[in-house]
Design a protein around this ligand. Sequence first.
Ligand code: PNS
Length: 171
Amino acid sequence: MRIALYPGSFDPITYGHIDVLRRAKRLFDKLIVAVVENPRKTPLFTAEERKKLVEEALAEEGICGVEVITYSGLLIECAKKVGAVAVVRGLRATSDFDYEFQLALTNRDLDSEIETVFLMTAGQYSFLSSSIVKEVKLYGGDVSKFVPRCVERALEAKFKALGAKVNPHAL
Ligand code: PNS
């Protein structure tokens, strides 16, 4: 069985992530979404909230058979632990390349048995990021074309709960 790991912050999951996930699901026997507990930026949602949102978004989109886990520490250790032969990463515009190139070659250096597979997201999502979605929602914009309804509701609830404590520059 060929297992792939799809890691990320997913803070929160967007239709761009879901597009990549659908493509990866077609290529591998089993797909595991891995939500990192401590991403580079301070997340708006906790790891458990992000995991739950991925699960709810998959259900809303009618996508089944995808396992969702959280992980801390090295991505490549997580991949090894679940028996993945590949790590899937979504590529948007060329702006992603330098960062993804560094991640991929570092991970290959850490474990040459696990490949990084890049999948191009659909053109309509090539501009999309979790950060831009949060910023649009924070300032009252419509994000219904960018995220599933469950994510939009979670953003509304989170911003309402945080009130003035939301730091727009930390999204
Ligand atoms: O959604 P993101 O933030 O682009 O995902 C980046 C992520 C979480 C895949 C990457 O930061 C990661 O794997 N972090 C875990 C720590 C790690 O393995 N760092 C070295 C990567 S070469």
